[in-house]
Design a protein. Structure first.
Length: 79
């Protein structure tokens, strides 16, 4: 649904910012959260792999899953 010019101006008057600014902020928050979670997951997997609690295959699976999730979210949210 594309908002009309009246709706956009009402949103901007009420909030003080444009809808595209809100969209950019939300997308930035989503990707920042995803990257922080990915770093945490890969670091945790690395520690488990270095202490021989998980196999190299499981460690690589964590990395591949994160990359796949990042690519899918990038495609869905930025296209």
């Amino acid at each position: 649904m594309i908002p009309s010019a009246d709706q956009i101006s009402a949103f901007q008057a009420g909030g003080g910012f444009t809808p595209s600014a809100v969209s950019a902020a939300v997308l930035g928050l989503v990707f920042a959260t995803l990257l922080l979670w990915g770093v945490w997951a890969m670091r945790t997997a690395y520690v488990g792999w270095s202490e021989h609690r998980i196999t190299q295959r499981q460690f690589l699976a964590v990395i591949v899953r994160f990359i796949a999730m990042y690519l899918v979210l990038t495609f869905l949210l930025l296209s």
